[in-house]
Design a protein around this ligand. Structure first.
Ligand SMILES: [Zn+2]
Length: 220
C-alpha cells in the first residue's frame, strides 16, 4: 500500500482528534463487489436483473451518507465569525433534522438536534450550525458521541460562555430489528460552561429547549 492509496478519513484537529486516522480506501469496484457479497449473504442472486444496478446505487448512496468524513467542522465554523454588537443572550436553533447511521448496525438514526449557546463576543451564522450537524451526522455514529462532538466543536471554536446540545432520535436498529420497539426516542445532551455550572443559565436554556428539569437527558 502506497501513500497515494490512503485517504485522510477525518481531519485530526480539535474535537476531531479521536476520529479514525488513515485507512486504505478500497476502489469503487471493490466496494461494489462487497455489496454483491452482502446480497448473496442475504440469500439472493446479485446477477438477477433487478439487482444488477444495486451495487452501484449502494456505493453512490454511501458517498452521500458518509460525506462528513471529508469535511472539517472546525474550518466550517471559523469562516463565519461576526461581531455581535453587544448581543449577549442565548442563541438557539431548534429542530435541526438529521439522518445518520449507527456504527453498530449501519442502520439509520433519524432525529432532531437542538443547539444553544451563550455568546462571549462572537456569533456564527445559523446555517453554519445546521452544517455542523450535517458534518457529524454524515458519518457512522453513536448518538452520545455525536452530541459531544457538536458541543465540543462549538465550544472550542466559538469559545462562548455556554453551550447546550440536545439530540432526540429514533434508531432503526432498535425499531426494525433486535428488540423491535418502534416509537422509542433516545435523548442525549451535553451542557458546557454556564449551562453546566450556573443554575440560572441552565434553567433558562432548559426551558427554551422545552425539557423542563432536563430529567430526560443522559449526560455524556
Ligand atoms: Zn445500532
Amino acid at each position: 500500500m502506497s501513500i497515494s492509496e490512503t485517504l485522510p478519513r477525518a481531519v485530526a484537529r480539535g474535537s476531531a482528534k479521536q476520529e479514525p486516522k488513515s485507512v486504505r480506501r478500497p476502489t469503487r469496484q471493490e466496494a461494489e463487489e462487497a455489496v454483491r457479497t452482502l446480497l448473496s449473504w442475504a440469500g439472493d442472486d446479485p446477477s438477477r436483473e433487478g439487482l444488477l444496478g444495486t451495487p452501484d446505487r449502494v456505493v453512490r448512496s454511501y458517498e452521500e451518507f458518509y460525506s462528513g468524513y471529508g469535511e472539517d467542522p472546525v474550518a466550517l465554523l471559523q469562516r463565519t465569525f461576526e461581531e455581535t454588537d453587544g448581543y449577549d443572550e442565548i442563541v438557539m436553533l431548534k429542530d435541526i433534522r438529521f439522518e445518520s447511521h449507527c456504527e453498530h448496525h449501519i442502520a439509520p438514526i433519524i432525529g432532531k438536534v437542538h443547539i444553544a449557546y451563550l455568546p462571549s463576543h462572537r456569533v456564527v451564522g445559523i446555517s453554519k450550525l445546521a452544517r455542523l450537524v450535517e458534518v457529524y451526522a454524515k458519518r457512522l455514529q453513536i448518538q452520545e458521541k455525536m452530541t459531544a462532538q457538536i458541543a465540543n466543536t462549538l465550544n472550542e471554536v466559538l469559545q462562548p460562555k455556554g453551550v447546550a446540545v440536545v439530540i432526540e432520535a429514533a434508531h432503526q436498529c432498535m425499531t426494525t430489528r433486535g428488540v423491535h420497539k418502534p416509537g422509542v426516542s433516545m435523548v442525549t445532551s451535553r451542557m458546557l460552561g454556564a449551562f453546566r455550572d450556573d443554575p440560572t443559565s441552565r434553567r433558562e436554556v432548559l426551558s427554551m429547549l422545552g425539557t423542563p428539569g432536563g430529567g430526560t437527558s443522559e449526560h455524556v
